[in-house]
Design a protein around this ligand. Structure first.
Ligand code: 3HC
Length: 292
């Protein structure tokens, strides 16, 4: 099957990034949001990112012509002619299932449904549709325009041609697809989440300060960000949510939230997006580490 038109559900950080890379790769894209203001916010981010790429000379065409392929709408009916629809709404099983139920009758029979979930079972989500064989996981990484990886998640119901199409689609976006199966966390979060949680435990046990642990992993292992910088970047609320799904699946302590992570989330300190987490971002260019 050939993909011409892409639908994206949700225009937050991930949805807008997916829409941007799809339009940049030459696809027509329709992004659906619940309110116009979310489309405007997401499109402003796309604008900023495209401008950066244009300044660096890494685009093969003018940002204007990429933008011309992007459409934002609050009307789900506009997804009717999409060949693939990628969902990137809030990480909540019930919300996602409701969304899939609502578009199952709008989309063409052979349209592929994809979810960008980072932890929810793809199999549980496909049960909300009448197209179990045409349903896959496409897990992108933040920031989507820069991160090369896409995890392509196969379920026990996925048809071979759908999986092959998804792999080819990820390549057309300029990404490197990796094949994985529907096990909570897939490859990256299965390994990354216990590491991030261990960094919090190490801090709780007095092994080192927040900047020292960050510097240790950055400079000692060549990671682009230390674990606390990455936690604040991903969002502590998101990480906390993932720990619940992963702990529920595996019942292993390594996936359980350390008490400090829970306290930060309860306090509403979600990291960069709220201005405070393991660092204070009053001046976003000079984050100040916390000392709890
Ligand atoms: N669009 C275009 N350009 C962008 C951009 C965007 N969205 N974001 C940053 N850039 C540009 C910057 O402007 C900068 O340009 P410059 O070199 O001209 O100044 C360049 O990219 C590099 O950015 P920075 O100087 O800010 O910082 P870095 O060199 O550290 O690169 C990074 C940024 C690519 C984010 C790097 O730090 C990194 O790889 N960090 C790790 C990110 C990561 O692990 N992501 C995965 C999170 S886990 C996840 O998403 C899964 C989920 O399920 C939890």
């Amino acid at each position: 099957m050939t993909i011409h038109k892409v639908g994206v559900l949700g225009c937050g950080l991930m949805g807008s990034g997916i829409a941007q890379v799809s339009a940049t790769a030459g696809f027509k894209v329709t992004v659906v949001e619940v309110e116009q203001k979310f489309i405007e916010k997401g499109f402003a981010g796309i604008e900023k990112s495209l401008t950066k790429f244009a300044e660096k000379g890494t685009l093969t065409e003018k940002p204007d012509s990429i933008r011309a392929r992007l459409k934002g709408t609050t009307n789900k009916q506009e997804l009717a002619d999409c060949d693939i629809i990628i969902e990137a709404i809030v990480e909540n099983v019930e919300e996602k299932k409701k969304m899939y139920e609502s578009i199952d009758g709008i989309a063409k029979k052979d349209t592929i449904f994809a979810t960008n979930t980072s932890s929810i079972s793809v199999t549980e989500l496909l049960s909300a549709t009448n197209r179990p064989d045409r349903f896959i996981g496409l897990h992108f990484f933040n920031p989507v325009p820069l991160m090369k990886l896409v995890e392509v998640v196969r379920t026990i119901a996925t048809a071979n041609d759908v999986y092959d199409t998804a792999i080819e689609f990820a390549k057309k976006l300029g990404k490197v697809p990796v094949r994985t199966s529907d096990r909570t966390g897939f490859i990256v979060n299965r390994l990354l989440v216990p590491y991030l949680l261990d960094a919090i435990r190490a801090y709780e046990e007095g092994v080192g300060s927040i900047p020292d642990i960050d510097n240790a992993m950055k400079l000692g292992c060549g990671y682009p960000m230390g674990p606390f910088t990455l936690l604040d970047f991903v969002g502590l609320d998101t990480t906390y949510y993932i720990t619940h799904v992963m702990y529920d699946e595996f019942k292993e302590r390594r996936f359980a939230s350390p008490p400090l992570l829970k306290r930060l989330v309860l306090a509403g300190w979600y990291g960069r997006k709220t201005g405070k987490g393991f660092y204070d971002y009053a001046d976003p260019n000079k984050p100040v580490p916390a000392n709890f």
